[in-house]
Design a protein around this ligand. Structure first.
Ligand code: NAD
Ligand code: FNR
Length: 171
């Protein structure tokens, strides 16, 4: 049967309940540019291709930060480490922008976007393409520069809470 003929039967709540079972890294996505500075927490981030190095970020168009990202067209994906739970909540709520940034230390990436000190990894990117699906924009991001931190443990968002991810000791 052609799946296009099937009526949608999955409720939003059912979808979210099932999605809460997909563990994901937690990231603070930052930008700085002509439209100003902004940042938000995102778990909807994944690798697309390594040629050219590209990842994607899904951003709700109703978020207050959306116009800033849409105009700046550059961003940094800062993948959070264990211990960043409070910071993640700060960037995931309705906190005023200045209060979000004052809670951590930042440096500046090639694009000018804020790089979080102590992040597991930071991917400095230009937005190469934007595709709208439903409520969200999928931001395809070409990676221009990287920072990696091999001394921190990771952080996962699973079942609506944070879980530290311990790094294996080097053999
Ligand atoms: N992709 C997203 O936009 C996304 C992802 C995670 C969390 N959030 C937001 O963070 C808050 C806490 O989330 P939670 O995980 O505790 O509980 P939740 O019940 O709101 O979400 C459960 C899961 O559903 C998915 N999800 C949630 N909102 C979504 C949306 N608008 N579009 C697509 N997928 C969505 C995510 O995978 C999330 O982990 C909520 O306000 C939620 O909307 C948004
Ligand atoms: C753990 C976790 C994960 C996510 C979020 C929240 C939290 C706590 N939020 C919501 C997003 O961070 C929130 O809406 C921002 O604060 C932007 O909202 P305002 O700028 O305040 O409108 C979020 N939003 C989004 O558009 N894409 C995403 O992948 C996620 N993921």
């Amino acid at each position: 049967m052609n799946p296009n003929h099937l009526a949608p039967v999955v409720e939003k709540t059912e979808f979210r309940n099932a999605m809460s079972r997909l563990g994901a890294a937690v990231n603070i996505i930052t930008t700085e540019g002509p439209a100003g500075r902004a940042g938000f927490t995102a778990s909807a981030v994944c690798s697309v291709t390594d040629s050219p190095p590209t990842l994607l970020v899904c951003l709700n168009r109703s978020a207050s930060v959306w116009p800033v990202f849409a105009e700046n067209r550059q961003l940094c994906v800062n993948t959070l480490a264990a211990g960043h739970e409070t910071l993640s909540n700060l960037f995931g709520g309705k906190t005023p922008m200045a209060e979000r940034f004052i809670a951590a230390e930042w440096s500046t990436a090639v694009t000018g976007s804020p790089v979080l000190s102590g992040a597991v990894a930071s991917f400095d990117c230009r937005i190469s393409q934007i595709v709208s699906v439903g409520t969200h924009d999928i931001l395809f991001c070409e990676v221009l520069a990287l920072v990696r931190n091999d001394d921190t443990h990771g952080l996962a968002w699973f079942d609506r809470s944070y879980h530290p991810l311990m790094r294996q000791e080097a053999c």
